[in-house]
Structure formats: C-alpha cells, structure tokens
Design a protein around this ligand. Structure first.
Ligand SMILES: C[S@@+](CC[C@H](N)C(=O)[O-])C[C@H]1O[C@@H](n2cnc3c(N)ncnc32)[C@H](O)[C@@H]1O
Length: 203
C-alpha cells in the first residue's frame, strides 16, 4: 500500500523508481564513499521502511547540478529530503498547530536525513534536535545540514529515541513526521517524550 502510493508520487519518475527497487535487494548499503554494514535490527526495520539506499540523494543532487561538497540551497534540497507525504506542507501545519516560535527548542523524532528538521529550523527560526535511528541516515543528515550552513540551528543525534537519554524539560515542542508508526512501544515512547517537554510544551 505504502509502496504503491510512493510509486505514484510525481517526483519519482518511473525509471528512477525501478532503479531504486532494484537496489532494495542488495544486503549492503553504500554511503557515498563509505561502506556501511546493516545490523540485524536495522535490517528488520528496513523491511518496513521503503527509504533504503540513502546515498541516492547525492545522485539526485548531481542531477540538480550540485557536485560533491558544494554548499546547498535549502529550496533545492526540500524537493528531495522530505521523506513523508505532501512535502513541507505538514511541517508548516505543525509550526502553526504547535505554535513554534523563534528561538524555541524542538525535538524531531525519526528525522530521516533531516529534511523536516532543517525546514523547520529555517522557517520558524528555532533550534531543532534531529533524532534518527539509522546511522547512515544520520550521517547523510549531518552532511546535508552542514552543506546548508545550518549546524548552528540543527543538531543531529543517532539512536533509538525510546532509549536515547533526553534532558528533563529540555524541549518546547516535539514533532515527528511519519516515524512514530515504526516505534513498537508507543506508550513508552510518549511517556519518554512527555518527560522531555517543558511545562506547557506541545507535541
Ligand atoms: C518515513 S521516515 C521519515 C523521516 C523524516 N521524519 C521525514 O519525514 O523526512 C521514518 C524515519 O524514522 C526513523 N525511525 C524509526 N524508528 C525510530 C526510532 N525508534 N528512533 C529514531 N528514529 C526512528 C527511521 O529510521 C526513518 O528514518
């Protein structure tokens, strides 16, 4: 069902979709210049997540005219780095719904390669902690954030959010775009996230 929907999204022309599907069968993910071995746990998760082969973003950036390590324009990157439905629209909706203001501290749960985190930090002028489980997504996220010149407003952390140590009352807001569905123990997740919210904070 999810894959079907994904195939129908305009930004993935048919050939690219086939190329990506062909890559899904490979047991090893290659991260631009490094080889990354997937642990059993990661591998289990990847069966549910269609966003394998994260290095594809570098090929897509080349098609937009960017070379390795070129500084990136956020307006170009948002065409590629929003790993949920409807692009930046849900992020704009979250800013409005949660009342995210300049200077706020926001936790983004399951940040992928950091697309929503960067857009949020840029749009609301807030500070975002981008939390991602998979090391290769995390590393690409860090690289893209650095190339956007946004390391001052977006911090990337890697690990399972349910066991990541979060400061008590550290955040004004918690957001998550199409990631909570992958966490099995939701009761534990929300208890953990609630503890990290300041009094009056929103999720
Ligand atoms: C569909 S992607 C969405 C990524 C990002 N929110 C976006 O919209 O661009 C879901 C992400 O959640 C991450 N994820 C799943 N379970 C997680 C967990 N327990 N802790 C942290 N991240 C998790 C996955 O690795 C994946 O990158």
């Amino acid at each position: 069902m999810m894959i079907h929907h994904w195939l129908r999204q305009e930004r993935y022309p048919r050939m690219q979709v086939f190329r990506s599907l062909a890559r899904l069968t490979r047991p090893i993910v290659t991260f631009q210049r490094t080889k990354v071995t997937i642990s059993n746990e990661d591998h289990k998760l990847r069966q549910f997540i269609i966003y394998h082969h994260v290095e594809r973003i570098y090929t897509d950036l080349k098609e937009l005219g960017y070379h390795d390590n070129d500084p990136l324009k956020l307006t170009d990157l948002i065409k590629l780095d929003q790993w949920h439905y409807n692009g930046t629209e849900p992020v704009d909706a979250a800013i409005k719904l949660l009342g995210i203001r300049e200077g706020a501290r926001v936790l983004d749960v399951g940040s992928g390669i950091g697309g929503p985190s960067r857009y949020l930090a840029h749009k609301a002028k807030c500070h975002v902690t981008a939390s991602e489980l998979l090391p290769d997504n995390h590393r690409v996220g860090q690289d893209l954030t650095s190339r956007c010149g946004m390391t001052g407003s977006v911090k990337h952390i890697c690990g399972d959010i349910t066991t990541t140590e979060l400061g008590k009352e550290e955040f004004d807001h918690v957001v998550s775009f199409q990631a909570v569905c992958y966490v099995e123990d939701k009761r534990r997740l929300f208890r953990h996230l609630s503890n990290s919210l300041k009094p009056g904070g929103t999720m």
